[in-house]
Design a protein around this ligand. Structure first.
Ligand code: ADP
Ligand code: MG
Length: 359
């Protein structure tokens, strides 16, 4: 037994996913002038090597964006999910990190750990879904790695992209900026709840089978979880406005990812529940599965969360008319995140989002 008062070494549970990342980053840190933005944002930004082949090109070279994300069986998906959807999602979540920098995704690498129980047909279907996403967003596969895996199906994707003139970082929000979000919030988390609750079988292409047939908006919510839409067009448009001061994609939940913007920008934020954009399906089905908490802390919407200087908001809104960008609150000097309920009083969320290792 450990004597009282003697500190014990921290566990993964104590430091959490983000603590672990910081620890690795600290130990691996070295000076390198080609790394413009290293660990800590949605993608790394590198100065591209100048090759003689490029000389005489169309002028300046764009910074190179690099990002990687993994999907692990039974952490991010179950093996009986439609393999096409797993393939789509593995690439889409990486594309989303490039979108979150205001960049253009161009190339990708795929690394797989394949357990014995997975068939060639399964991998074919997985690759079909992935190449559908690659086609849709214009990416070419340039390599990867394949190994056997003892038990679980393991997928790791790396995406390379081109940065625009204005890189949108997590850092840059200032007190008074207005906080915006693309699309709607909470649909993916709700889709996952419904998927688990109704024991939906999603093996068949595009069709879900359950004891009771699913209606259209339920299927749409499930699809938002299985086949997220990275906001590439929007990211590029937002970079072009020159009015966005910081940006991130929502992978771990609104409050968690807003927390990342606040931490990197050394500010706080206030969001109003009343103003959160919610889909019709969300309004119809969320009550049974956690209500507004799903929109505040549910992960994997892959919408963009960004800030705009308050003096620019008017021209920003008219410049981007026709695109669904919703103001949901503002940046504050005090480094706390406040949620304001529908009645105007302070709302205390049950959870602040998803973090691996923490329970
Ligand atoms: P996202 O949700 O956008 O994928 P993450 O929380 O996974 O962001 O990563 C945040 C930052 O930490 C990124 O810069 C990423 O490259 C870096 N990172 C994550 N895990 C590791 C690791 N094991 N080693 C080094 N850097 C890491
Ligand atoms: Mg990641």
């Amino acid at each position: 037994m450990r004597a009282e008062g003697i500190p014990h070494p921290p566990s993964l549970r104590d430091i959490g996913e983000f603590g672990l990342i910081k620890r690795i980053a600290r130990k691996a840190k070295r000076k390198d002038t080609s790394v413009l933005i290293g660990i800590g944002d949605d993608a790394a930004v590198l100065t591209p090597p100048i090759s003689p082949l490029l000389r005489g090109g169309e002028g300046g070279v764009a910074p190179l964006l690099v990002t990687t994300d993994s999907l692990i069986e039974d952490v991010h998906f179950r093996r009986d999910y439609q393999p096409e959807a797993i393939g789509w999602k593995a690439l889409a979540v990486n594309i989303s990190d490039i979108a979150a920098m205001g960049g253009v995704p161009e190339h990708y690498l795929l690394s797989l750990g394949v357990p014995e129980g997975i068939s060639i047909e399964y991998i074919d279907r997985f690759v079909r879904g992935m190449t559908e996403a690659a086609e849709e967003y214009g990416l070419s596969m340039i390599g990867g790695d394949t190994t056997s895996s003892p038990d679980k199906f393991y997928i790791s994707v790396t995406v390379l992209g081109k940065g625009s003139e204005t890189l949108l970082l997590r850092k840059g929000a200032r007190a008074g900026d207005v906080i915006f979000v693309t699309g709607t919030l909470g649909d993916s988390a709700l889709g996952l709840k419904i998927l688990e609750d109704k024991k939906v079988s999603i093996w068949e292409d595009e069709r879900f089978s359950t004891a009771q047939p699913l209606n259209r908006s339920t299927s749409q919510l499930i699809n938002r979880h299985l086949r997220p839409t990275p906001r590439v067009k929007e990211g590029i448009q937002l970079a072009k406005t020159g009015m966005v001061t910081s940006m991130i994609d929502i992978s771990d939940g609104l409050l968690c990812d807003l927390g990342h913007i606040c931490e990197e920008s050394r500010v706080g934020a206030r969001v109003r529940i009343d103003e959160l954009p919610l889909s019709q399906g969300f309004n119809t089905f969320s009550a049974k599965y956690g209500g507004i908490e799903l929109a505040l802390s549910g992960g994997e919407d892959y919408e963009l969360l960004f800030t705009v200087r308050s003096k620019d908001v008017k021209s920003f809104m008219s410049m981007t008319e026709g695109t669904k960008y919703t103001p949901i609150g503002e940046v504050m000097k005090d480094r706390v995140i406040e949620v304001i309920g529908a009645d105007g009083s302070r709302y205390l969320p049950k959870s602040s989002g998803y973090e691996h290792f923490r329970r």
